[in-house]
Design a protein around this ligand. Structure first.
Ligand SMILES: [Fe+2]
Length: 224
């Protein structure tokens, strides 16, 4: 199976949805009001898909969906599951593979379990969630983009239990080998050493904090 090339930009670079290419705007954790300004940078006008990595207010996601008028896929963050949280706009892709923007996309919600409030999973629970998604991944013959709230263990994560990444995601990186693994939860301003992007094998692991624009050459797939 052919795989497309991937490049990453932070809002202002050139790129977008040229033929054979799609532009995905990923958001997470904190609203980026620049996305709702009067004028959009040219690269953002080419956005064909919105993905939310969680912990964002429903009215902000609603405003983004109205602004860009493209499909919105999301996973819930650990703060999205409280009883008072309003329902979120878009399509929840937790544990599911969907196709959008020409890409096969798989999502997983929540953070590592730390106090039981909100959307939290133990490592074992998340391992089972990842295993449960395998038949869908097989039916779609792989995935191009994985969207999560928490990072993989040891990549963009932190030592405290709340911000420790999932080992199940680290294993999924090796077996699924997506073009992108996009997550939230670990805010880039937590640490001056924090990285936006880390390359792991063929996968770019990307922290979507606030917003990041992903440009993907669409995979070339053989007819079955
Ligand atoms: Fe979070």
């Amino acid at each position: 199976m052919g795989r497309g090339a991937a490049s990453i930009q932070e809002r202002s670079a050139e790129g977008g949805s040229a033929p054979g290419r799609t532009a995905v705007l990923a958001v997470g954790d904190r609203p980026d009001e620049r996305l709702l300004g009067n004028t959009l940078p040219e690269a953002l006008q080419a956005v064909r898909l919105l993905v939310s990595c969680g912990d964002l207010p429903a009215d902000y996601l609603d405003a983004l969906a109205g602004r860009f008028r493209v499909p919105l896929l999301y996973v819930r963050g650990n703060h999205d599951g409280r009883v008072e949280s309003p329902s979120l706009p878009g399509e929840n892709i937790h544990g599911r593979v969907v196709t959008a923007g020409g890409l096969r996309i798989l999502g997983f919600e929540g953070s590592n379990w730390y106090n039981g409030e909100g959307v939290q999973y133990t490592e074992r629970q998340m391992w089972w969630r990842v295993q449960a998604a395998r038949p869908a991944v097989w039916r779609f013959r792989g995935v191009d983009l994985v969207v999560t709230h928490a990072p993989p263990y040891g990549i963009h994560d932190a030592p405290d239990v709340c911000h420790t990444g999932f080992k199940a995601f680290r294993a999924a990186l090796q077996t699924l080998r997506p073009l992108y693994f996009v997550h939230g939860h670990t805010h880039l301003d937590y640490s001056p050493q924090a990285s936006r992007v880390t390359q792991v094998g063929r996968t770019q692991v990307v922290n979507a904090f606030r917003s990041v624009l992903l440009t993907v050459d669409l995979p070339v797939r053989k007819a079955s």
